[in-house]
Design a protein around this ligand. Structure first.
Ligand code: BDR
Ligand code: CA
Length: 304
């Protein structure tokens, strides 16, 4: 079992990703750190506490950055609603663990030989942790991120939301020298939540977490980009990669992050080896969507 932490900004799909991770014995989840992202930190933190509380996880939840390394904070309420969970109200969770996310991340790296860092929000907390004690970078087993896009963005024409929220932080992670795996928008577009898939999920029975996951997915507006057939379930793709890599195909690529101007947050992904630069990331390219949703249903049904 791999020791890991999740850095998150819940977030409708973050909630489903956290529940999938908690339900999966392949992952030895030790810590959840929270940043502002989909909505402000004052909302993502109670959301994270409630999500973990519903699963009776007992895991430490630590608050982190309320803004990117540089520049101003911007929320994404069009997808996630003003409360970040699309209006689905969960019982209040246990209190957050005192302290700061970057410190908690470094403490875990000091305690463990190898830790996998999973990032499903803006990369600020992870970047702060690694930048402030570079000797600990060697203890990072790998970094798995839902971020970026090799074609179009979703928050600007060029940029995916997490990459755009803190491109400097993402660039720091890509340059840290440890293996980085990216679930980009092209990958997560294959994990399309449709009414039929929600019905199949509900058909598994399950408890409060599965019911809340279904309600949260029902609350996300279907996307114009997918002809209103459904919406992509981004963040759980990063978790599923660590549980069952056989569901994916991938290739090694060089990725550069644009940090200035109209293309700020754009990930320039060299899929066809045009840059002459050595790969610095593994790009997840295809997903067995039926296998993914079967895994999700099986695991969520086992939660409280
Ligand atoms: C990413 O941005 C957020 O809106 C989602 O939770 C996901 O992490 C998709 O662009
Ligand atoms: Ca997220």
């Amino acid at each position: 079992r791999r020791a890991c932490l999740i850095d998150t900004d819940p977030g409708t799909d973050d909630a489903v990703a956290l529940w999938l991770a908690l339900a999966s014995p392949e992952l030895d989840l030790r810590l959840v750190t929270v940043a502002g992202g989909n909505v402000g930190l004052e909302q993502t933190l109670p959301n994270a506490r409630a999500i973990l509380g519903l699963a009776r996880s007992g895991l430490p939840v630590v608050a982190g950055a309320d803004r990117p390394l540089l520049g101003a904070f911007t929320a994404e309420t069009r997808v996630h609603g003003a409360d970040g969970l699309g209006g689905v109200v969960l019982p209040e969770g246990p209190p957050a663990t005192p302290g700061v996310a970057a410190d908690a991340i470094r403490d875990l790296l000091r305690r463990e030989e190898r830790v996998t860092l999973i990032g499903i929000g803006p990369a600020t907390n992870l970047a702060l942790a690694l930048a402030t004690e570079p000797a600990l970078v060697a203890r990072v087993e790998e970094i798995v991120l839902m971020t970026g896009a090799w074609a179009e963005g979703n928050i600007t024409p060029s940029a995916e939301f997490n990459a755009w929220s803190d491109p400097e932080a993402l660039a720091l992670l890509l340059g840290c020298g440890r293996p980085v795996t990216l679930a980009t928008l092209e990958l997560t577009a294959q994990a399309l939540v449709t009414p039929a898939r929600i019905a199949a999920l509900r058909g598994r029975g399950g408890g409060a977490c599965l019911d809340a996951a279904a309600r949260i997915m029902e609350g996300v507006p279907p996307s114009r980009r997918f002809a209103h057939r459904g919406h992509p379930l981004h963040d759980p793709c990063a978790i599923a990669w660590l549980i069952d890599p056989g569901l994916f195909t991938h290739r090694d690529v060089h990725v550069h992050v644009e940090c200035a101007g109209i293309t700020r947050g754009r990930t320039v992904v060299d899929r066809w080896e045009r840059s002459g630069q050595a790969p610095n990331a593994r790009l997840l390219e295809t997903l067995d969507a039926d296998g993914f949703f079967a895994l999700l249903g099986e695991r969520l049904a086992a939660l409280p």
